[in-house]
Design a protein around this ligand. Structure first.
Ligand SMILES: C[S@@+](CC[C@H](N)C(=O)[O-])C[C@H]1O[C@@H](n2cnc3c(N)ncnc32)[C@H](O)[C@@H]1O
Length: 397
């Protein structure tokens, strides 16, 4: 069934030449080692590919004039026809990250949230907190760090340290895994705590998949797209996966690499790739590389290292098609998270049904939330949809 979508431009001959050029480029790039291996097959330390890349801060909004690759988008092939079937589905799930020793949402209200990161309490803007605060003002005033200044989600803003200056980085843990938190100029801290719900699911899914494959001893190959500071990559590597981590920001990849050292996982097979996620996936499809598990956590807006523009609403459908091509014939799961307020979780759910609907397994979709410590209040942070293949039961929520 054909979709009502613009077809690729250019004659078949021209496209054929382009593909031949692509294949030649791919062959050159193919000489790169697989995860954790050098060309001769020996083990290597962590290595960042594409060291020429520049920084692209998380969720940075591109300027309206800079859209160098919109033309490239018009050249894309037609979308894959929609799946004829539908996966069994569970919707409107609220996956909750509870308070623990390492992180807690202490309170929220009046456009801000009060969080505990290890020993530090931090106040940051929170657009969803349209309610009143529950903790007394003194608790808020005792915060170690307060993000102030520009309250625009994409703004630079500044940090204040009422109880005395702090180092830029601070030690953090998740489930025994050590990493670095950081006061970034974009208000972020290097971790999205609500992702813990996915990390637990993913760990369980990797273990279940590997238990089913014990006879072959094959490791699960996991692709982490828009991987940021790498916590999901480290959790997956700790569970035994061979990880390919892709992010456009060299600074984020350097930080992820530091996290790998801090977690003591430097011997685990993680391939760090600094590249535009769409371009990387297009090349992986052409090269025939496949993965059993894919994590996909794109920002609403972003930039590749060469100025490639990522716009969630324009680019996610093509990216979902690429992920469909990239899953191996023994798939475990595909997890998509979207941080945008212009859509319902049903939008990402239906996209995933369209792409994976005729595969086996089930689809679960809803929102990621954080539970407030000592209160029934929940803060929604993002929407998600995950395809769970029969090879990976994952953790049922
Ligand atoms: C929302 S963060 C991902 C958070 C991460 N999954 C986590 O849980 O910590 C978005 C990331 O996408 C990266 N990014 C933005 N545009 C990109 C692009 N075109 N290709 C690859 N990565 C991109 C940013 O550098 C940023 O690190």
């Amino acid at each position: 069934m054909a979709r009502n979508r613009p077809q690729a431009k250019g004659s078949a001959g021209a496209r054929g030449k382009d593909r031949a050029k692509d294949r030649a480029k791919d062959r050159a790039k193919d000489r790169k080692a697989p995860p954790g291996r050098s060309k001769d097959g020996s083990k290597t330390g962590p290595k960042i590919h594409r060291a020429d890349a520049v920084q692209s801060p998380a969720r940075e909004k591109p300027s309206a004039t800079a859209r160098p690759d919109r033309a490239a988008q018009a050249e894309r092939p037609a979308r894959h026809p929609p799946a004829l079937g539908r996966l069994e589905e569970r919707t409107a799930l609220l996956l909750e990250t509870p308070a623990d020793r390492d992180y807690a949402l202490l309170d929220s209200g009046e456009g801000q949230k009060l969080e505990r990161y290890g020993d530090l309490t931090i106040v940051r803007p929170e657009g969803q907190a349209i309610w009143q605060r529950q903790l007394p003002p003194e608790r808020w005033q005792q915060a170690d760090a307060v993000f102030t200044g520009d309250t625009d989600e994409e703004g630079l803003g500044r940090w204040h340290f009422p109880a005395g200056q702090r180092a830029e980085t601070f030690p953090m843990h998740w489930d025994g895994l050590a990493y670095w938190g950081r006061f970034t100029s974009f208000r972020h801290t290097g971790v999205f705590p609500e992702q813990a719900a996915h990390w637990r699911f993913m760990e369980a899914g990797i273990r279940t998949w590997q238990a089913g494959m014990d006879a072959s001893g094959e490791p699960l190959r996991l692709l982490n797209l828009f991987g940021y500071t790498g916590i999901a990559s480290l959790v997956a590597a700790r569970a035994g996966a061979h990880v390919t981590h892709v992010d456009a920001s060299r600074k984020a990849i350097t930080w992820a690499h530091e996290n790998q050292q801090r977690a003591g996982l430097q011997d685990r097979p993680i391939r760090w790739i600094c590249e535009d996620a769409v371009k990387f996936c297009e090349r992986e499809v052409r090269r025939g590389n496949r993965y059993e598990a894919i994590l996909l956590d794109p920002p609403a807006y972003g930039r590749g290292p060469k100025g490639e523009v990522w716009q969630l609403f324009d680019d996610l459908p093509h990216m979902a098609d690429l992920c469909r091509e990239l899953v191996s014939d023994r798939p475990a799961f595909v997890i998509l998270t979207a941080y945008t307020i212009r859509a319902s979780f049903l939008a990402v759910h239906e996209l995933m049904q369209e792409v994976f609907g005729d595969r086996a397994g089930r689809l679960e979709s809803g929102e990621l939330t954080i539970a407030t410590e000592n209160s029934g209040r929940r803060l929604s942070t993002s929407m998600f949809s995950r395809w769970i293949a029969p090879h990976s039961a994952g953790e049922k929520s």
